[in-house]
Design a protein around this ligand. Structure first.
Ligand SMILES: Cc1cc2nc3c(=O)[nH]c(=O)nc-3n(C[C@H](O)[C@H](O)[C@H](O)COP(=O)(O)O)c2cc1C
Length: 344
């Protein structure tokens, strides 16, 4: 079950630069989606079969707990095909109000020996209008998919403007997505937007709570945190979770510290241990009372099982799928089913 040998196709992709490989995968996914029965075939090949995978988390029904993290399909271009593939949810974004190109290429470096990446993509995004258009036009598969919207900091704008810009994205996306993830650790070559203290974070999220109070439908709001936070900083986040209307935490983003002198953030296997450790700590301190999306270094089924055992309610994958392919989805859900069977 823990066998994650790569397929021939995956081995070919692995010889290519990381971003080129990802773009080829996404383009092929688009082509398969256009072929008659293409989506049916995607479902047949990849969709999880294990029983008892359904979850109710922060009031939302998930068909299985394995989803895609931000940055995999940032603009929501392949929601229909990813839904057919069988993911439990897809987090689009980071969404920013205006288009931004990200860092010049090459900007994603492979650390082959450690099965990791250094992501210095700088959150390329086609902007709010483009993404809204994709959401409005989503097809029948994507309409059934749980979609999270990750909101990030627009690199070109000033730090002081972030509060109104996050709110703008939040308001516009509110009726089109199921939950929100507020990215408070955006890292680009030219600028870092990393919020660590309580006042700054509260300033950013209070207007979102305020807007939500006036709506008929409830959309959960989560904070996405960096693995580089100190224990005291993680405690601050936990206090916020307990004392404000926040609904959960996504832990973790890429690590800037692990990238040392290279610009960017480490993702993939180098993150696994730290990500699980942080999730375990948050779950223990909150008596497992708040939902946590576990992310970071989920490369093989046993990582995902350990993450769920540590207290994650859901897991969000990125590098694991880029480097191992969609077959990881089914294997991950099989590993989760073994926990559930043990508990029965
Ligand atoms: C190429 C790439 C782009 C990413 N873009 C974003 C992004 O736009 N917003 C965000 O919050 N996280 C982004 N991430 C971080 C992932 O969502 C995830 O938190 C991180 O990669 C750790 O998970 P992983 O080890 O499974 O990749 C990106 C990661 C990669 C590899």
């Amino acid at each position: 079950m823990n066998d994650m040998r790569r397929s021939l196709f995956q081995n070919i992709l692995w010889t290519l630069p990381a971003e080129v490989a990802h773009n080829i995968r996404m383009a092929l996914l688009g082509v398969v989606g256009l072929i008659p029965s293409g989506k049916w075939w995607l479902r047949l090949c990849h969709a999880p079969q294990s029983k008892n995978l359904e979850r109710e988390v922060f009031g939302i029904h998930f068909r299985n707990p394995v989803g895609l993290a931000a940055g995999f399909d940032p603009n929501g271009d392949r929601l229909e095909e990813l839904a057919a593939t069988g993911f439990g949810f897809v987090e689009i974004g980071s969404v920013v109000p205006r288009p931004q190109p990200g860092t010049p290429r090459p900007r994603i470096k492979r650390l082959r020996s450690s099965n990791s990446l250094i992501d210095n993509s700088g959150y390329p995004c086609r902007g709010l209008e483009y993404i809204l258009n994709n959401l409005r036009q989503r097809g029948s598969y994507a309409r059934e998919l749980v979609i999270g919207c990750n909101i990030g900091h627009l690199t070109a704008s000033h730090r002081e403007d972030s509060v109104k810009e996050y709110l703008r994205v939040f308001r516009n996306m509110y009726q089109y997505v199921d939950f929100f993830v507020i990215n408070i650790s955006c890292n680009t070559a030219s600028k870092r937007f990393i919020l660590r203290n309580r006042e700054e974070i509260q300033q950013l999220i209070e207007p979102l709570f305020e807007f939500r109070r006036g709506q008929l439908d409830y959309r959960p709001i989560l904070l996405k945190i960096s693995p580089d936070l100190t224990k005291a900083e993680v405690d601050t986040i936990i206090d916020l979770l307990i004392e404000t209307p926040l609904d959960g935490i996504e832990a973790v983003a890429g690590s800037i510290e692990m990238a040392r002198k290279s610009p960017g953030a480490v993702t993939g296997a180098l993150l696994t241990e730290r990500a699980i450790e942080i999730v375990r700590y948050i779950a223990q301190r909150t008596d497992h009372n708040y939902p946590i999306i576990g992310s970071g270094g989920m490369m093989k089924p046993e990582d995902i099982r350990h993450m769920m055992e540590a207290g994650a309610s859901l897991v969000a994958l990125n590098t694991g799928i880029r480097e191992n392919g969609f077959r990881l989805l089914k294997k991950a859900t099989e590993a989760i089913a073994t926990i559930d069977n043990k508990e029965d």
